[in-house]
Design a binder for this molecule. Sequence first.
Ligand SMILES: C[S@@+](CC[C@H](N)C(=O)[O-])C[C@H]1O[C@@H](n2cnc3c(N)ncnc32)[C@H](O)[C@@H]1O
Length: 264
Amino acid sequence: MNTAGNDEYISSADFYDYIPVYEGRSDIDYYVEQAEKTEGSVLELGCGTGRVLVPVARTGCEITGLDPSSAMLDICRKKLKEEDADVRERVTLIEGDMRDFNLGRRFSLITTPFRSFQHLETVEDQLKTLENVHRHLDDKGVFILDLFNPSMKYILDESRREEFGDEPPFYLPDGRKVTRKFRNPSVDLTKQLINCEMIYHVEHSDGKKERTVHSFKMRYVFRYEAEHLLERSGFRVLEVLGAFDGSPFGTSWPGELIITATLV
Ligand SMILES: C[S@@+](CC[C@H](N)C(=O)[O-])C[C@H]1O[C@@H](n2cnc3c(N)ncnc32)[C@H](O)[C@@H]1O
């Protein structure tokens, strides 16, 4: 679990914004569009380096980002320094945990971009978070739960117990060349937890090589399980999408699992 006392993103925060597949994700346009439709302010749970938060703030929306990783938030703060003053003024960053926060105010849009909710390892943590979302959402506000659609084919694939991946290398501004690989050393099918490793092979400009591993657990959540969790927590499901272009769930496989919900 990534908590304020154990910053599990510390080993990979520097790489995050340079990973080509992250740069190419189509979710930013989706979140910008949702924010533009919103009349009030936005709360992003697990805002990380501001990959989504900064473009949302540029639209003119006021946005609060909450994240337990000081390494990720530091990068976000640095990025905000490059923005115009009016963008910076619209952003509030809070080092905190989605399982336990109380900002004493409500938002018209609450989001969890790029699967931050899947860092929650137990149903208890999921319910605590949904209770917090419920308390912070306007009566007519919208909550967007952003998950990956679990594919049993990939989860059970034994070849993933060894290092795999064929992403092209990327370069950091200081010249380091980084090649990212993956490994899922084990899967707990009873707890729906995938042990994940993102392995960064780093080559410095002086030829020195190192290997950095970001280890974490992801809890996979199935479509109807997510809907039940939401309904149990006092939400009404509005829409279930399978991609950020608005395609309904199931039109591509495995695709995403994006659920919008409002208060009952
Ligand atoms: C994959 S990153 C997504 C960051 C950002 N939303 C984006 O779309 O690029 C997941 C983020 O969730 C955060 N996170 C993990 N556990 C969390 C928790 N309990 N509460 C809030 N954020 C958490 C991590 O620190 C990380 O920044």
